[in-house]
Design a protein around this ligand. Structure first.
Ligand code: MG
Length: 380
């Protein structure tokens, strides 16, 4: 008998950091959701339902283009999303169905075969790993801990296998007093026998930003480090304040330019574009276009960072040098670093802002203008 599959991809995945919900993010150049959709279809899924939120439907259509799947609308909770997916299936009532989390991309046909074999003599089956670490219980880190025996404890993974009607019946009987965190729990409580198949570190759920890097290492993906550099200069003119690295500084002159003339942000934007081979700031925001007149340069930088992420890249660090005699940069450096870290969603130690003079020489030394240069590293 064949099987069908439901992938739950309705979450917002806020914990996985920048770049949107984790199921849409690129993992080794392929959206997370597409990894498991392709794997389940390759393993023989007769029918594939992907449960997505209303906003997610168009994105899912894009990332699953060319695959045989149908959407179901996600609910307010994971349990409701699973039930929505089950309701969308059309196969026989006793057909096995796999319920899978979108954030576990590395499911294989071997995992599926083990589940199908285990389901022959059980109401449900799931991959699980024995708990290796000693387990502690503590209300807060300071409140004192006790140790929980780990004998017989397992970490539940997905996909989890059931016969469709059995799972639907179990969900119908669920009292709703607590929120189930997996589907096996629902069948267990309904008196069903759920058995374990060998778990796999490759089935670990992607939850935090660093999980993506580990998953890529597990998948044998090697990345290269790209370097980008940028340079910009603007002329001083009459004014009372200047924008540098996203920070407004009171000054007896201002920098002249089509936008806010923030040379620090312009150099940094060009460096990011350079690292991914996407031209320069003028290509993306032409100075001839009136909509950028007086524009805050924050948006240029955020746009470049989004292009890096859209290519599956990760900004490692950025380093900006401002070249001028005045204003004094040092009192504003901390604020500039914080602003850049915020705009780029980077930790503070990955952001550097430095300043130098040219000891009175050249156009910056004579006070005709200010220059900025930037270097970035991007993992791609
Ligand atoms: Mg400029």
């Amino acid at each position: 008998m064949g099987f069908s599959a439901v992938i739950v991809a309705a979450g917002s995945g806020a914990r996985a950091g920048a770049g949107g919900a984790k199921q849409w993010r690129l993992l080794a150049g392929k959206p997370v959701l597409r990894w498991s959709a392709e794997a389940l279809l390759a393993a023989g899924a007769r029918e594939l339902i992907v449960v997505v939120s209303q906003d997610g439907e168009a994105i899912a259509a894009e990332v699953l283009a060319g695959l045989a799947w149908r959407p179901a609308r996600g609910g307010a909770t994971r349990a409701l999303s699973v039930q929505s997916g089950l309701a969308a299936l059309t196969g026989p009532a006793d057909e096995p169905v796999l319920i899978h989390d979108a954030a576990r991309p590395f499911v294989t046909a071997n995992h599926v075969q083990a589940l199908m074999a285990a389901l022959e003599s059980a109401d449900g089956a799931l991959p699980a790993l024995p708990v290796a670490d000693t387990l502690k219980r503590a209300a807060t880190p300071e409140s004192g801990s006790t140790t929980i025996p780990r004998d017989g404890l397992w970490r539940a993974q997905t996909p989890q296998a059931f016969r469709r009607e059995r799972l639907i019946t179990a969900y119908a009987a669920w009292t709703g007093d607590i929120e189930p965190t997996d589907d096996a729990q629902v069948v267990e409580r309904d008196g069903g026998k759920v058995v374990l198949t060998p778990g796999d570190p490759m089935l670990t759920k992607l939850t935090w930003p660093e999980d993506f890097e580990m998953a890529e290492r597990l998948a044998g993906v090697t990345r290269s480090t790209r370097i980008g550099q940028g340079f910009d200069a603007h002329r001083w003119g009459p004014g009372d304040a200047v924008w540098l690295c996203g920070v407004r500084i009171d000054h007896n002159e201002t920098l002249i330019g089509h936008s806010d003339a923030d040379a620090g942000l312009h150099a940094l934007t060009d460096a990011l574009l350079g690292a991914i081979g996407e031209g320069d700031i003028g290509d993306h925001f032409p100075p001839t276009d009136p909509q950028w007149k007086g524009a805050s340069s924050d948006r240029f930088l955020v746009h470049a960072a989004a292009l890096v992420r859209a290519k599956g890249g990760r900004i490692v660090n950025v380093d900006v040098t401002l070249i001028c005699e005045r204003p004094k940069i040092k009192p504003h450096r901390a604020a500039m670093r914080e602003r850049l870290a915020e705009l780029l969603d980077l930790p503070l130690d990955a952001v550097s802002v430095k300043a130098t003079t040219t000891e009175g020489m050249g156009f910056t030394g004579r006070g005709e203008g200010l220059a900025a240069q930037a270097v970035v590293a991007v993992e791609l």
